[in-house]
Ligand binder design. Structure first.
Ligand code: SAH
Length: 255
């Protein structure tokens, strides 16, 4: 059995309990060493066999999984954040199918959520944006499938841009085709790690600030008016709004 586990954004307490238990039981862990916090390996048994996939090809990863499976060993494939987002797990799962190796997935806290918590903001504000777009700039490994930043910016939704801080000037330029220059933007480097850095600004000044801070990798870019202070109060907690769990004026404290 191979278990794909979302490691969470970095803080070792932000893996799920299920993910932690899978690490405790694993005979072998293949972890994405460029981004996964290696301190998570402390949850494993002493004689666990570990591989850092940063130095491996897909074939090599599958070969390890195959050999371990043949010996009846439990393998954890540890991916940063949630494995379903830019995790390159589909190609691994498809290869496992050809070997008839069973697998399952344990989700994780994606780094865009770690970043939202770090900046203490709500991504879906009433009257501002009820949509979150997860995307990346096209680069060496990704193209424009689903729309370029320019196209997506037209929606004026909340945007979480992965894998792109190294090209912050280009990101800003593309966003400026639809957002005005005062639009708030935050760059969160290593969200939830001990050396996390938060840079806040507007589309006008973020490029300079990010470069001054020396950030060129490992960061989330969050953009949108959800970071401004104009919004509507939520209907869910409005005393004049009734729903299945609260009728009429039965407003309770701490609801
Ligand atoms: N599956 C991961 C994303 C992997 S792609 C997830 O759900 O978060 C790698 C990119 O994710 C990085 O280039 C960066 O843009 C982002 N990222 C991963 N961990 C991060 C963190 N702790 N803080 C900020 N960005 C992070």
């Amino acid at each position: 059995m191979v278990i794909f586990v979302g490691a969470g954004p970095g803080d070792v307490e932000l893996i799920t309990i299920k993910g932690m238990k899978a690490l405790e039981k694993a005979d072998c862990v293949i972890y994405a060493g460029s981004l996964v916090n290696e301190k998570l390996l402390a949850y494993c048994q002493k004689d666990v066999i570990t591989y850092n996939s940063a130095q491996m090809t897909l074939d090599e990863v599958i070969e390890v999984m195959h050999q371990m499976h043949q010996k009846g060993k439990k393998v954890v494939r540890l991916h940063t954040g949630d494995p379903s987002i830019y995790g390159a797990i589909k190609e691994q799962m498809d290869r496992l199918k050809t070997y008839n190796i069973p697998y399952k997935i344990i989700p994780g806290v994606s780094s865009f959520l770690g970043a939202a918590a770090a900046i203490k903001e709500e991504l879906t504000l009433p009257g501002v944006s009820q949509t979150v777009i997860i995307t990346r700039r096209s680069g060496r490994t990704g193209h424009n499938e689903g729309g370029s930043l320019k196209d997506l910016a037209k929606h004026q939704a909340t945007m979480s841009i992965f894998l792109s801080v190294q090209a912050i000037d280009e990101v800003v330029e593309e966003l400026l085709s639809a957002y005005d220059k005062h639009t708030p933007i935050a760059v969160v480097y290593k969200a939830t790690w001990e050396d996390e850095k938060i840079i806040r600004g507007t589309l006008e000044d973020i490029g300079k600030k990010v470069k001054a801070a020396g950030i060129n990798r490992f960061a989330q870019i969050l953009v949108g008016h959800f970071m401004a202070s104009h919004y509507e109060l939520s209907k869910l907690y409005d005393e004049n709004f009734t729903h299945g769990y609260r009728t009429g004026n039965s407003k309770k404290k701490g609801d």
